[in-house]
Design a protein around this ligand. Structure first.
Ligand code: FES
Ligand SMILES: [Fe+2]
Length: 467
């Protein structure tokens, strides 16, 4: 890491594992020059821009639709809303997942209205307008009173319209473009860097969804840099690197940041001190009590944190998973942007998947989802640590057996106090960028992931790569 600000070189930024302790997976990616100009504000509110994005990008990219856990049994399905489209994703047979447009070909009714469900064996998707039925593989089962249709009106109809669907590590993606490249190729380096994680062991802990008053990009941008942490999330200062975060840019608009966590933080007044806050944070993984780690000071407290976490894993039946991870992966937040729609904060014990997708008609609104996945707990005395809130947890011994319902928060607080800090600001930023006084984003190199994904959008839209 650079010793002081004079050593900062934007072509390198900060490197969090200078000793290469996580090997290839944690290594700093080479610099990508996406320019230094202002970002045009109209891209966040213009209707034409939103339409171009829809036609040229959203209908061509792989987007995260849900988790395999929700498709465990044959007949399990979930729906996914993307802009003006709704898609049904269903377990059609053991080992087979299919996706279809959620549109009845008779008069256009949505076939399924709910987010999650199951079609019992032998049953079919049933359109509640005039009673047409479709098998779980999407094929047409029954046109009610078919004899009342002239044959040429329905003779070409055999199935619901297919959508591409592929799975990576228990995460289900769809693509509206039948000619799209395979998902693995699209994800570039991400599957390789995360090959030692098994997301299929994680269970849904909370699933929050809503419509937020900001363009999808304004909201996404609040989650792909940690420059905002000191001011938006001051509670992160004593336990994380809010300055010396590593930012990596990859192909296809993908990027990552690595936030070292569980030590005195790089803004600490007394970096050697083990503060109460730091001890308290780590103790949550140890039933609320924290053994002394003599000889480990505040700057090196991640060693203690990693040890506590390995013991946590052993108590909760996940030692095998943790044995595959480096200490860095056990303590730190590896945050990926899977272009364009989600970020995944990958932790050793779970992940936060956030999704931002365009509103069907309003460029100044978007659909937001915050999905928390956690490894289930064997230890009944273990507190459950989610990612949306920074409060002392109340719940213990969560087993993950019951899939929690989808929740639509009505207040900022219901999103969890951590997300609330972002969600309070995001609509205000939207208002600000729409001001005639606003000239455009002036981005630091800690915000280089913004410029990177915007450049990728430009590529889809057929514009010059330097805006
Ligand atoms: S719209 Fe579906 S049966 Fe008529
Ligand atoms: Fe934030």
């Amino acid at each position: 890491m650079a010793a002081n600000n004079d050593d900062y070189d934007y072509r390198v930024g900060y490197v969090v594992y200078p000793d290469d302790s996580s090997g290839e997976a944690g290594r700093k990616a080479p610099y990508v020059d996406n320019g230094a100009g202002l970002i045009a504000p109209a891209r966040y509110y213009s209707k034409e821009e939103a339409e171009l994005e829809w036609e040229r990008m959203w209908t061509k990219v792989w987007v995260f639709a849900g988790v395999e856990q929700d498709l465990a049994e044959v007949g399990d399905y979930f729906t996914y809303e993307l802009g003006k489209e709704s898609i049904i994703i269903v377990r059609a047979a053991p080992g087979v997942i299919r996706a279809f447009y959620n549109v009845c070909p008779h008069r256009g009714n949505r076939l399924v209205y709910n987010e999650l469900g199951n079609i019992a064996e032998g049953k079919a998707f049933y359109c509640n307008f005039h009673g047409w039925r479709f098998n779980i593989d999407g094929s047409l089962r029954e046109v009610k009173d078919r004899h009342t249709f002239r044959e040429e009106t329905v003779c070409d109809l055999h199935a619901l319209k297919d959508v591409r669907c592929e799975v990576w590590n228990a995460l289900v993606f769809i693509n509206l473009d039948p000619r799209a490249m395979p998902l693995r190729q699209y994800l570039d380096v991400i599957p390789g860097q995360l090959k030692n994680y098994d997301f299929s062991r994680q269970r849904v802990y909370s699933d929050l969804r809503g419509v937020v008053d900001a363009n999808w990009k304004i909201a996404l941008e609040a989650f792909i840099e940690f420059y905002h942490a000191d001011d938006t999330h001051p509670q992160a200062i004593p336990i994380t690197a809010t300055l010396k975060t590593q930012y990596d840019l990859y192909r296809n608009g993908m990027s990552r940041m690595i936030i070292p966590t569980g030590y005195a933080g790089d803004r600490a007044a007394k970096p050697e001190e083990v503060t109460q806050g730091l001890r308290g944070f780590v103790s949550l993984y140890n039933g609320g009590v924290m053994p002394d780690y003599p000889g480990i000071d505040g700057q090196n407290y991640r060693k203690a944190y990693a040890q506590v976490m390995r013991q946590w894993a052993a108590r909760n039946g996940h030692a095998d998973l943790f044995a595959r991870l480096t200490d860095d992966q056990i303590t730190d937040d590896w945050n990926y942007h899977v272009f364009p729609t989600i970020t995944i904060n990958v932790f050793s014990y779970g992940m936060l998947i956030q999704s931002w997708t365009p509103h069907p008609t309003e460029p100044g609104k978007h659909r937001y989802r915050a999905l928390t996945m956690l490894l289930p707990l064997n230890d009944p005395e273990q507190y459950v640590m989610g990612f949306t809130s920074f409060a002392f947890p109340q719940e213990k011994g969560w087993t993950g057996e019951e899939r929690p319902p989808v929740v639509y928060p009505k207040t900022l607080e219901e999103w969890g106090n951590l997300l609330a800090q972002d969600l309070e600001r995001v609509p205000k930023v939207q208002e600000g960028v729409q001001s005639r006084a606003y000239e455009g984003h002036r981005l630091s190199e800690s915000e280089n992931r913004l410029r990177h994904y915007l450049t990728e959008i430009d590529r889809y839209l057929g514009r010059s790569t330097r805006v």
